[in-house]
Design a protein around this ligand. Structure first.
Ligand code: SF4
Length: 172
C-alpha cells in the first residue's frame, strides 16, 4: 500500500499532467471521480518496459517515497520516465519537472536530471531544473488550485478524448 505522502506526490504529478491534457479531466480526477481503467495503452507501456529496458537495472524508489520508471545512480541522479509516444510531450515534460522540483525542495537532491524516453520513436528528452521552470511549476500548481476551487470546466473535444475513460461522462 502507498504511504499518504507518496499518494499525494503521485496525485500532484498526475494533476500537472492532466492540466496540459484537459482541464475537465484534471477537475474530475481531483474530485475523486476516477474511471481510469487498465487499457491497451497501459499494457503497451508495460511491454515497452519489459522488452526495451530489460537490461536496465531498476531502482524504482527514492526514500520509499517517490517512484519512477527507473533510476540510474551515477555522479548525477537520472530519473527516467518511459512513454509510449510524444503526443502529450508537454504534459510529460512538466510532470517530470515537478518530480525534480520535489526532490530539490523536499529532499535536498539538486543534482538530478529527468530523462523522458520514447523507445518507439527512439527519442529522448533531457530535463534539468532551473529558475525559470521552477517558477513555472509553482505557477502551474497555483493555477491548478484555482481551477479546482471553481465549477467543473465544460468538456471540450480534444485529441485525448478518444482514449479517455471520462468520455461517456462528458459526451454521452
Ligand atoms: S473526455 Fe475529453 S473533455 Fe472529457 S475529460 Fe476526457 S479529455 Fe477531457
Amino acid at each position: 500500500m502507498l504511504a499518504d505522502s507518496e499518494k499525494q506526490l503521485r496525485i500532484i504529478g498526475t494533476q500537472i499532467n492532466y492540466y496540459f491534457i484537459c482541464k475537465t479531466k484534471l477537475w474530475l480526477f481531483s474530485h475523486h471521480i476516477q474511471m481510469e481503467q487498465e487499457s491497451e495503452l497501459v499494457s503497451l507501456g508495460k511491454m515497452l518496459h519489459k522488452d526495451t529496458y530489460k537490461r536496465d537495472k531498476k531502482d524504482k524508489t527514492i526514500d520509499n517515497l517517490i517512484s519512477f520508471d527507473f533510476v540510474r545512480k551515477g555522479e548525477i541522479l537520472e530519473i527516467h520516465e518511459v512513454k509510449k509516444s510524444n503526443k502529450m510531450s508537454k504534459a510529460h515534460h512538466y510532470q517530470l519537472l515537478y518530480y525534480l522540483h520535489y526532490l530539490k525542495n523536499e529532499k535536498g537532491i539538486s543534482n538530478a536530471i529527468g530523462i523522458i524516453d520514447y523507445p518507439k520513436i527512439r527519442r529522448k528528452e533531457t530535463l534539468k531544473l532551473d529558475n525559470k521552470n521552477e517558477k513555472e511549476i509553482e505557477n502551474i500548481t497555483k493555477r491548478i488550485g484555482n481551477i479546482l476551487s471553481e465549477e467543473m470546466p465544460a468538456p471540450q473535444k480534444v485529441p485525448a478524448c478518444l482514449k479517455c475513460a471520462y468520455y461517456e461522462l462528458c459526451f454521452v
